[in-house]
Design a protein around this ligand. Sequence first.
Ligand SMILES: NC(=O)c1ccc[n+]([C@@H]2O[C@H](COP(=O)([O-])OP(=O)(O)OC[C@H]3O[C@@H](n4cnc5c(N)ncnc54)[C@H](OP(=O)(O)O)[C@@H]3O)[C@@H](O)[C@H]2O)c1
Length: 312
Amino acid sequence: MFGKKKQVTTIDKDQLELIENAQNRIKQKKRLYIHFVIFLIGAVFLILANTVLGIGKDFKIAGIDWFVYAILVWLFLFIYHFTTVFITHKFMSKEWEKQQLDKLVNQQQQRIDKLKETFLKEETKIAQSQAYNEAKSVEVETASEKKNSNELTIIVAAGENNAIGKDNDLIWHLSDDLKRFKKLTNGHHIIMGRKTFESFPKPLPNRIHIVITRQTDYKVPNGVIIVNNLKDALDAAKNDRQPFIIGGGEIYKQSISLVNKLEITRVHSTFDNADTFFPEIDKTIWKEVSRTTHDADEKHAHAFSFITYLRK
Ligand SMILES: NC(=O)c1ccc[n+]([C@@H]2O[C@H](COP(=O)([O-])OP(=O)(O)OC[C@H]3O[C@@H](n4cnc5c(N)ncnc54)[C@H](OP(=O)(O)O)[C@@H]3O)[C@@H](O)[C@H]2O)c1
């Protein structure tokens, strides 16, 4: 079971072929040599047969003895034999064919390698440009998201107790506040809840109204955009560099975490009769960046301040 393995002498196929080739060459050369010797003896014999033995002594072609022609023909045969062994064999042998084939295969391989290299280079370039484009589009997307979120603004007028309305109407009339609202929102998208929209006698001029409602058959005048959720409202305004969320209470609550800017008109009075409120402004999140105070006067029953907050 664990005895010595019997040694078997093996010659691989290539070696065997080489040996066979070498043997064939030796045989060919031997035959040529024998041919040469026979040719020499034969030539001497033909000369002797004619000159000594007198065979065909009178047979001449163009004045030359026949044996000269015989020797020339034989010499031609011998030269042919010689050519076959040393020249034709060398150039037209199987080995020569194999060499030519190898040459061709090598050339093809080199072309394939070159093509592979070019292909790889192209592939790398494509991958790089794809990665670049992807990075660029992410960059552009992020920039546009940033831009949109940076300028998405809540605008509101709220009392000291955050009151903003009662019975679907405002509690005060502050002419300068309305002017400021008009100035800031002019030419922009204004996003609002259905109830706030209904509190207007008619759509405000020079602004694109986006009204949020859960109703699927809610009818509005031409030019007013209806959406069924806040996300669609923001999508509808995505090309605006500064869309405004203008209320009311429900929409403010849902959107305050999404905006980056608050334009607050703080009315310096408390309105206990209000039924709608603005969410508390968390000072850990919001930083006051500007404030303008307006005293009460004959046109304004309450003092108020315009305060701008930016997300910290
Ligand atoms: N002081 C200010 O600056 C100011 C500004 C604006 C408004 N206001 C006051 O605020 C009051 C109105 O506010 P409000 O809170 O009662 O109503 P609102 O926010 O204006 O509108 C609420 C309505 O919006 C729709 N809605 C809300 N969230 C939605 C969602 N996630 N998806 C789909 N639809 C949604 C619903 O409409 P459907 O019921 O049709 O489904 C809902 O009934 C009024 O008194 C108004 O005068 C004050």
